[in-house]
Ligand binder design. Structure first.
Ligand code: ADP
Length: 418
C-alpha cells in the first residue's frame, strides 16, 4: 500500500510518500514492519513572492535532492508541485498519482470528538473547523491541505490523524483545570495534549524493543525537540501529559515558557506596556531556552556552556531540572514504571541533557549507564542506555511521526476494505 502523508502549515506543506511493504501489519499488536520511505519534501514560503520546494528521492540509504524556487501562490499549487515531483521522470518515484492508495493528513487539534484517526467526510471537516478557536494557527491550514487533496485527487481516500487523539484516554481529574466548571463546558478549556503520534510511535516501539505487550507496560515518554512534552502511559493508555490546552504548557522549550504562574500575565500586562497579543508572542517565541540565554538550539547552548557562558548553563540546568520534576510526578502517577523513553532532536542526541535528567534518580530505580548513554552518539537507532542494576529500563527511540500516521492510515484502509 502506498500512502502519501501531508502536513500542511500556514505557509508550508510537508509531504512524505511511503510504501507500507507489509500492509497486513497490525498496529494493535505491535507487529514490526518493513515500511520504506520513497520520497519526502517540503514546500515553503507559500503565498510569498519567492517560494521553495525541496524534494528528496529516496532509494535505500541514498537520497537525491531536488530544489525548485518559484512563486507558489497557494496550497493548491504547492500540492500540484509536490505531486509533479513524485511523478517526475528524474525526481519521481511513481508513474502516476493513481498508484497512491490513501492520503494521511496530520491535524493538530481534534478536540474531544476524536479518539482515533478517521476517514475524512463532511462531518469530520466540520469538526476540524469547529476546533479552529482551539488551534487557530494549525487547524485552518490542516483543513486547507485536506480540501486541496480532495479536489485534486477525488478518488483517493483521505484520513485525518490527530495530534490530540492519543491523549483522549487521560482521565478527567488529570485533564481539568481548576477553573469555574462552566469554562470547560462552554469554552472547552481543558488539557488536550499534543505530539500524540510521536508518543504513540515510541511507546509502541518500546513494547517491541522491551519484548513485552504494550498493555503490560507503564512508560514515561519524553519528547524533547523544539517543542517538548512528556507523557505518563499506563498499560498502553496515556493517563497524563505535560502540554495543556495549548502546546505552550509543560516543561520549558526552545522558545516557549512551559508552565508559569498564570498571574504573571496580568502583572506583565499592567507593568510592561505589552498588550495581550504581544505578550503571547513573547511567551511562545521569545521565552524558554532562548528567553534565558538568547539561544534555542541545544547544540549552541552546549558550545556556549563550554566557553563558560553562565546563562547558557542556567538554561540547561532549568531545562533538565523541569523534565526531572515531570518524571518524578509521573512516577507517582503510575506507581510503577517499566521504562523511560527519550525521543526527538534533544532526546535522541543530547547525551549531556539525558545524563543531567537521569542524575540522582537511583531512589526511583532509575540508573543511566554513562557509557551506553554516550556510545550511540550520532547514530539514529533505538538503544537501551540503562545500567544493569537499573530497575527501570531507559531507552533512546528515534521518533517517526510520518510512519505512525502511515500506519494509522493503513489500519483504517484495511478496516474499511473488510
Ligand atoms: P522539532 O520539534 O522542530 O521537530 P527536533 O525534534 O528536530 O525539532 O529537535 C530540535 C532540537 O534538537 C534543537 O534544539 C536541536 O538543537 C536539538 N538537537 C539536534 N541535534 C542535537 C545534538 N546532536 N545534540 C543536542 N541537541 C540536538
Amino acid at each position: 500500500m502506498i500512502v502519501l502523508i501531508i502536513n500542511a502549515g500556514s505557509s508550508s506543506l510537508k509531504y512524505q510518500l511511503l510504501n507500507m511493504v507489509n500492509s497486513s501489519v497490525d498496529i494493535v499488536n505491535n507487529a514490526v514492519e518493513t515500511d520504506s520511505v520513497m520520497a519526502s519534501g517540503i514546500v515553503e514560503r507559500i503565498g510569498e513572492p519567492q517560494g521553495k520546494l525541496t524534494h528528496k528521492k529516496i532509494s535505500g540509504k541514498d537520497n537525491t535532492k531536488f530544489v525548485k524556487e518559484q512563486e507558489i501562490k497557494d496550497h493548491g499549487i504547492a500540492m500540484h508541485l509536490a505531486v509533479a515531483m513524485l511523478t517526475d521522470k528524474a525526481a519521481g518515484v511513481i508513474n502516476s498519482i493513481n498508484e497512491i492508495d490513501a492520503i494521511g493528513h496530520r491535524v493538530v487539534q481534534g478536540g474531544e470528538k476524536f479518539n482515533s484517526s478517521i476517514l475524512i467526510d463532511h462531518s469530520v471537516k466540520k469538526a476540524i473547523r469547529a476546533n479552529y478557536p482551539l488551534a487557530p494557527l494549525h487547524n485552518p491550514p490542516n483543513l486547507t491541505g485536506i480540501e486541496v487533496a480532495e479536489s485534486l485527487f477525488p478518488s483517493i481516500p483521505n484520513i485525518a490523524v490527530f495530534d490530540t487523539e492519543f491523549h483522549q484516554t487521560i482521565p478527567q481529574k488529570a485533564f481539568m483545570y481548576a477553573l469555574p466548571y462552566e469554562f470547560y463546558e462552554q469554552f472547552r478549556v481543558r488539557r488536550y495534549g499534543f505530539h500524540g503520534t510521536s508518543h504513540k510511535f515510541v511507546s509502541n516501539s518500546a513494547a517491541v524493543l522491551m519484548k513485552s505487550k504494550k498493555d503490560k507496560l507503564n512508560l514515561i515518554t519524553v519528547h524533547l525537540g523544539n517543542g517538548c512534552s512528556i507523557c505518563a502511559i499506563e498499560k498502553g493508555r496515556c493517563v497524563d501529559t505535560s502540554m495543556g490546552m495549548t502546546p505552550l504548557a509543560g516543561v520549558m522549550m526552545g522558545t516557549r515558557t512551559g508552565d508559569i504562574d498564570p498571574a504573571i500575565q496580568k502583572y506583565l500586562l499592567d507593568y510592561t506596556g505589552f498588550n495581550a497579543e504581544e505578550l503571547d508572542n513573547v511567551f511562545n517565541k521569545k521565552s524558554g531556552l532562548k528567553g534565558i540565554c538568547g539561544m534555542n538550539d541545544m547544540r549552541d547552548i552546549h558550545a556556549a556552556v563550554n566557553t563558560g557562558n553562565e546563562l547558557a548553563k542556567l538554561a540547561l540546568e532549568m531545562f533538565t531540572y523541569q523534565i526531572k520534576k515531570y518524571i518524578g510526578a509521573y512516577f507517582a502517577v503510575l506507581g510503577h514504571v517499566d521504562g523511560i523513553i527519550f525521543t526527538a532532536g534533544i532526546g535522541e542526541n543530547d547525551t549531556i541533557a539525558r545524563e543531567m535528567i537521569c542524575s540522582n534518580l537511583t531512589g526511583l530505580g532509575i540508573e543511566l549507564d554513562p557509557v551506553k548513554n554516550r556510545e550511540g552518539e550520532g547514530i539514529s537507532e533505538s538503544r537501551a542506555i540503562h545500567s544493569e542494576s537499573s530497575s527501570v529500563e531507559i531507552w533512546v527511540i528515534p521518533t517517526n511521526e510520518e510512519l505512525q500516521i502511515a500506519r494509522e492510515v493503513t489500519h483504517i484502509i484495511k478496516k474499511t476494505q473488510k
